[in-house]
Design a protein around this ligand. Structure first.
Ligand code: AGP
Length: 613
């Protein structure tokens, strides 16, 4: 989604803004801009605005890497278009007349049409097709010398989601921010203060961060930061110290973030499981649930989007097998609008890497509004979902920059395994010996993942062979279908090749008509009790001309002669097989993207965190 950076201090703002926006490029965008308060030749304060369509490079070239835009207070933005095509006119920042008020925005103003009509009748002139542009004009209309008062009026008038960075031309050195649903943080440093959509934008300058809560207003000057609530009362907030090391947000010698993060998976799994293991058993203090409350859970309802949803599909299998709790799995974008039936004592578990996905956050709020306990499995500390859930299970995967998730997905799977073991033990569906076996196998996963990375050349060759494909199928049964869903999404996201994940047994009910000569069909066959069935489905595809690739554990040689290519993976418990089978599929997607010359870390049309509906 859009990226926001703001700075006010003793340094020149423009280079800092551009540097921050560059560190937010992974969020996905189609245009960029900055606005800086500068003194003109007569010494009067005015706001300079520079905007460019396309990559940030164009804006850097236009501004001499920021050197040509002087001033020490400003805001910057990378736009991911929602209303109004990608263009210079629609790029942020947006200003009111005479640039009295200038704003950058991440989110959607749902009632912008009525506000725009109202303001146009009052003589305001609009120059873009965006929803955002109503904000500076409305603020201008409300502003009577007190920015916080004008912002409070704005909050009561606009509907939708937002993170705003705001500057007023007659308030030199002052930077304002307010958020609802979209992420925004404040950073403080010796030479000035910052706002940003995410930590990587400002980690180079400070680790001291304030998390702005819903509808809180921040006022920043070079020397101080103040916070206000919706009643205009000043409030005290505690700073959070960011523990990441700066390199964590860099490529660290890898060609791409995606490849780096694929290689970080074993560490991500290890760092997620180890803190939850003590004396050979799973400890879950962070749940904040007594054993009695755990035993009282009658159902689990898991809700997420994208890859996090695919984790839920895998978690269903392991939870139901291990803890014998019925698990429903829902897409967050569906859950929030279908008036879901949540039975009493249902534990809702939301899963999100960013902790800012709008649909998942809305689902969390829907579940809480109905009185259900919500557990969040989240990777970003202090994110909106983490702060609003009743309890949080952090996946310690570290910052994930590539749009296509890999290490966070694997860490989320590990979290699900730990929860299933914990619930199974507490509820008595898992005895000590079984729990110890599951923990032992869990601790072997990082080594299995690393072993797969040693064999990535084979996957790279296969990817090169299939890079020209127009269509692909990923098929599997049971847990293998869930793995196929994630494999297909990875491939689509970064290679732009159309593919479908299909329940292998369902193909013959229609979609097998699509199989053509040479079409790649990737069969996921990791579940021993389903080997034979999946083999038959692959034979059906082969007999219709499909080029068959199988992903299966060492020891299962039943696909020799059926599959044209076989990727063998280490064998672990059937319930954990997604954690090993997914690795070659991530590499497959990565290498196909490279073979097609694409921007694998920043795929077109995509954002790292979808903070709008
Ligand atoms: C996965 O590779 C995608 N980037 C996307 O599907 C992602 O998983 C989804 O948008 C959910 O994001 P979240 O985990 O941050 O909530």
């Amino acid at each position: 989604m859009c990226g926001i950076v703001g700075y006010t201090g003793r340094e020149e703002a423009a280079p800092i803004l551009l540097d921050g926006l560059a560190r937010l490029e992974y969020r996905g965008y189609d245009s960029a801009g900055i606005a800086v308060q500068s003194r003109d030749a007569e010494g009067s304060m005015r706001t300079q605005v520079r905007k460019a369509k396309g990559r940030l490079k164009a804006l850097c070239e236009m501004t001499g890497n920021g050197r040509d835009v002087r001033g020490c207070c400003g805001i910057g933005h990378t736009r991911w278009a929602t209303h109004g095509e990608p263009s210079v006119a629609n790029a942020h920042p947006h200003s009111s007349g005479d640039r009295r008020v200038t704003v950058v925005h991440n989110g959607i103003i749902e009632n912008y049409r009525e506000i725009r009509e109202h303001l146009e009748k009052k003589g305001h002139v609009f120059t873009s097709d965006t929803d955002t542009e109503v904000v500076p004009h409305l603020l201008d209309d409300y502003y009577r010398g007190d920015p916080v008062e004008a912002i409070i009026r704005l909050i009561s008038r606009v509907r939708g989601s937002y993170a705003f960075g705001i500057i007023f031309s007659d308030r030199p050195g002052e930077l304002y921010a307010v958020r609802k649903d979209s992420p925004l943080i404040v950073g403080t440093a010796e030479d000035g203060n910052f706002i940003a959509s995410d930590v990587p934008a400002i980690l180079k300058y400070t680790r001291n961060v304030y998390l702005i809560d819903e509808l809180e207003i921040a006022k920043l000057t070079a020397d101080e930061v103040r916070f206000y609530n919706i009643d205009g009362e000043e409030i005290e907030k505690k700073a959070t110290l960011i523990e990441w090391d700066a390199k964590a947000a860099e490529k660290d010698g890898y060609e791409h973030f995606m490849l780096k993060e694929i290689h970080e998976q074993s560490q991500a799994i290890r760092r997620t499981i180890e803190p939850r293991l003590a004396d050979g058993r799973v400890v879950m203090d962070e749940l904040g649930m007594s054993e009695e409350e755990v035993r009282a859970v009658s159902r689990i309802h898991m809700v997420a989007c994208g890859s996090a949803y695919h984790v839920c599909m895998c978690a269903k299998t392991v939870f139901e097998e291990t803890a014998r709790i019925p698990v429903d799995v829902d897409l967050a974008s569906e859950f929030r609008y279908r008036n879901p039936i949540l039975l009493p004592n249902t534990l809702v578990i939301v899963v999100s890497q960013s902790g800012e996905t709008a649909d998942t956050l809305a689902a969390l709020r829907e579940a809480k509004a109905r009185g259900h306990r919500v557990l969040a499995i989240v990777n970003v500390v202090g994110s909106s979902i983490a702060r609003e859930a009743d309890s949080v299970f952090y996946t310690w995967a570290g910052p994930e920059i590539a749009v296509a998730t890999t290490k966070a997905y694997s860490a989320q799977l590990a979290a699900a395994y730990l929860l299933a073991i914990f619930f199974g033990k507490v509820r008595g569906t898992l005895n000590d010996a079984e729990a110890r076996k599951m923990i032992k196998e869990l601790q072997k996963l990082p080594a299995h993942v690393d072993r797969l990375l040693e064999e990535k050349k084979k996957v790279q060759l296969l990817a090169a062979k299939l890079a020209a494909a127009n269509d692909m199928f990923f098929i599997g049964r049971g847990l293998d279908y869930a793995i196929a869903m994630e494999a297909s999404l990875k491939c689509k996201e970064v290679s732009y090749i159309h593919s479908e994940a299909y329940a292998a047994g369902e193909l013959k009910h229609g979609s097998i008509s699509l199989i053509e000569e040479g079409m790649p069909v990737i069969g996921i066959a990791t579940q021993e009790d389903l080997y034979e069935k999946t083999r038959s489905n692959l034979v059906e595809c082969k007999s219709r001309g499909g080029f068959i690739i199988a992903v299966t554990p060492y020891g299962n040689y039943s696909l020799e002669g059926v599959a044209d290519e076989i990727i063998y993976v280490p064998k672990t418990l059937p319930a954990y097989m997604a954690s090993v089978a997914v690795v070659p599929m991530q590499l497959f997607a990565y290498y196909i993207s490279l073979a097609r010359g694409l921007d694998v870390d920043k795929p077109r049309n995509l954002a790292k965190s979808v903070t709008v509906e």
